[in-house]
Design a protein. Structure first.
Length: 611
């Protein structure tokens, strides 16, 4: 079937064979039945309808809302009198496979919106879908006895939908509004081939083992506490060591690249957020409070907790007269920010309400933009190589909700493209995906099991310098407007550490590992020898642990190995007498001996990493 055409690319839009036939389109670019992104989008959208058809046969009273594709799969929101649980998915899947084998044609037809209202008069969910449609005519896709309002595209018939897996049942409010009724949401995925599906499911199993929420709890790195508040991570000692090692590494890397450290306040007057545009374009993502005025005759004043660090950096630039000779000025701050996230999207360290960004803002002349972006891209490359990530980049252009003139946006976008072109880097385009104040380059990394993660970003901003009226004195002794480049390379420490945890399965490289080694003395008389080595390493801020509890030797070794540290070091009579250590090397999966001095030097050298 891989040679079968399931759709066409026509005028940069994917249309299914049903639509192509209806419009009489010929000689358009074919989309074949394979695992290409275009084909998978169609296969998965069709699989959602197949799932709905199967559910309708098993639960005749079922009513359906929407069933879109999402990254790596699809879902459908529905309701039935019976409760559908994860245990029922196997039965639904079985019915789907039976329907797929029947090769049921998928047909498309149109009726007026008013006719659709009448056709689905007893289905309040369909009425809710119709409320969202502005057109007078609607399209319906039909397969057997099942039909649904849909724009498509869909595969020609159900034979293309045999490699499907239903994954989980969840709850979802109608239209995403918590004031509405709760619907059942069923997630699934689909591929063109059995092999691709199995590979994906295998990756999911591996991802479960690497889940940073599970590993963070097991290794006592971080925790969450509902009494403190959802989305607010608490760093436990080992997690704080891990984070501190990463911060030190990045701090030093910034200093050596001529960035200047700065710090801004957590709270800023709302007046500032109004000038910047955040108050009107980003307010729903911010937290606000009031502070009473020093003058009792004046009302309390509103303040906003910062969702980003840029405004203080603008003020730092503008607090004195600047010369063109000072530019570029690069300010950086590991700044903690707060953003309102709905509880339903919070996810371990990957999606939180409080996080710390490796934020930097570069103030430069317009003719320096490309050079500065190139330096940032080279910085990105050094970090990603060090952590073993491959990555790709995408330019996000002006969104509908934005500030600034077309001319400014075009100039900023072209500067980003120019930098990437000079480095001969490939990049994609995300139309309308930019920040409200400027276009950006998004950095997407690929981890050890093939998943892609959004991390850093580089944004060119002509708007904030304009809004805050910051200037420098140019070579003609005239005031000129600087350009501001917003830049975060790892994104946030929380998110990056979550990704690192899953990428390495918590077997962190020694230079950032919280605990570099665990010493296991065979008995009490060997503890002091372990403490001597531990003390020597502490002189270089290298933290180790000693497992000298009353547990048996084997149990202490097992417990040490469960911590996923690089080195478990056994010390007994032979080691003490001969100044040796017996090492269990987790990375090499080997056991060997070396002198105490060699071990200390090895660990020190492994920690001497620069970015």
């Amino acid at each position: 079937m891989h040679n079968d055409i399931i759709a066409y690319k026509y005028n940069d839009k994917i249309i299914d064979t049903q639509t192509a036939e209806e419009l009489g389109i010929e000689n358009a670019e074919p989309v074949f039945f394979d695992n290409s992104p275009e084909a998978l989008e169609i296969i998965r959208h069709s699989a959602a309808h197949l799932m709905a058809q199967a559910i309708k046969e098993l639960y005749p009273d079922a009513k359906f809302y929407v069933g879109p594709t999402i990254e790596n799969g699809f879902y459908y929101d529905l309701k039935t009198k019976e409760t559908i649980t994860d245990k029922d998915l196997k039965n639904i899947e079985k019915k789907m496979k039976a329907l797929a084998k029947k090769k049921i044609p998928i047909e498309k037809y149109y009726i007026s919106k008013q006719e659709a209202r009448e056709k689905f008069k007893d289905d309040e969910l369909k009425q809710a879908v119709l409320d969202m449609i502005d057109e007078d005519k609607v399209s319906i896709y039909k397969q057997g006895d099942f039909e649904d309002l849909c724009r498509g595209p869909h595969v020609p018939n159900t034979k293309y939908l045999q490699n499907v897996k239903l994954q989980k049942v969840a709850g979802a409010y109608l239209g995403g509004d918590s004031q509405n009724e709760m619907l059942t949401r069923i997630y699934g995925t689909a591929f063109a081939t059995k092999e691709a599906l199995q590979e994906y499911l295998k990756m999911l199993e591996e991802a479960k083992k690497r889940d940073h929420r599970k590993l963070g709890t097991e290794l006592e790195l971080w925790m969450f506490d509902e009494e403190i508040g959802a989305g607010m991570p608490i760093w436990l000692p080992k997690g704080a060591l891990l984070r501190g090692n990463l911060e030190k590494l990045l701090y030093s890397a910034h200093i050596r690249r001529n960035y200047l450290p700065v710090r801004g306040p957590e709270l800023l007057r709302s007046h500032m957020w109004k000038i910047s545009g955040h108050y009107y374009n980003y307010k729903e993502n911010m937290y606000f409070t009031e502070i009473e005025n020093d003058d009792p005759n004046k009302p309390a004043e509103e303040y906003g907790i910062k969702p980003m660090n840029c405004l203080a950096h603008v003020k730092i630039f503008g607090h004195k007269v600047r010369s063109y000779k000072e530019l570029p000025l690069r300010f950086f701050e590991f700044g903690t920010v707060h953003r309102h996230e709905k509880s339903g999207v919070l996810h371990g360290l990957l999606r939180v309400r409080e996080f710390t960004q490796d934020d930097a803002h570069i103030f430069c002349r317009p003719d320096q933009i490309e050079d500065e972006v190139i330096k940032v891209l080279e910085f990105v490359d050094s970090i990603m190589q060090r952590f073993g990530f491959t990555y790709e980049m995408e330019i996000s252009t002006r969104p509908e909700k934005s500030i600034g003139s077309d001319e400014i946006w075009e100039k900023a976008t072209e500067a980003l493209k120019g930098a990437l072109n000079r480095l001969n880097r490939e990049y994609g385009i995300d139309e309308g995906g930019g920040a409200f104040y400027g276009p950006k380059i998004d950095i997407k990394i690929t981890d050890a099991i093939g998943r892609k993660w959004q991390c850093g970003t580089i944004q060119v901003d002509f708007n904030l310098p304009e809004r805050f009226d910051i200037t420098y004195i140019n070579e003609n002794n005239e005031k000129a407007r600087p350009v501001m480049i917003h830049r975060a390379i790892i994104g946030s420490f929380e998110r990056f550490i979550a990704i690192l945890t899953e990428h390495y399965a918590a077997e962190f490289p020694t230079f950032i590992a919280p605990i570099k080694a665990i010493f296991v003395p065979i008995n009490e008389k060997h503890v002091n020898y372990a403490k001597e080595i531990q003390k020597e390493l502490l002189e270089d801020d290298i933290v180790t642990e000693i497992y000298d509890s009353n547990d048996s030797l084997n149990k202490r070794i097992r417990n040490a190995e469960k911590q996923r540290v690089g080195y478990v070091v056994i010390v007994g009579d032979e080691e003490v007498e001969n100044n040796l250590v017996a090492i269990r090397d987790r990375k090499k999966r080997e056991q060997y001996k070396m002198t105490k001095g060699e071990f200390v030097e090895m660990i020190k050298k492994l920690c001497e990493v620069k970015l």
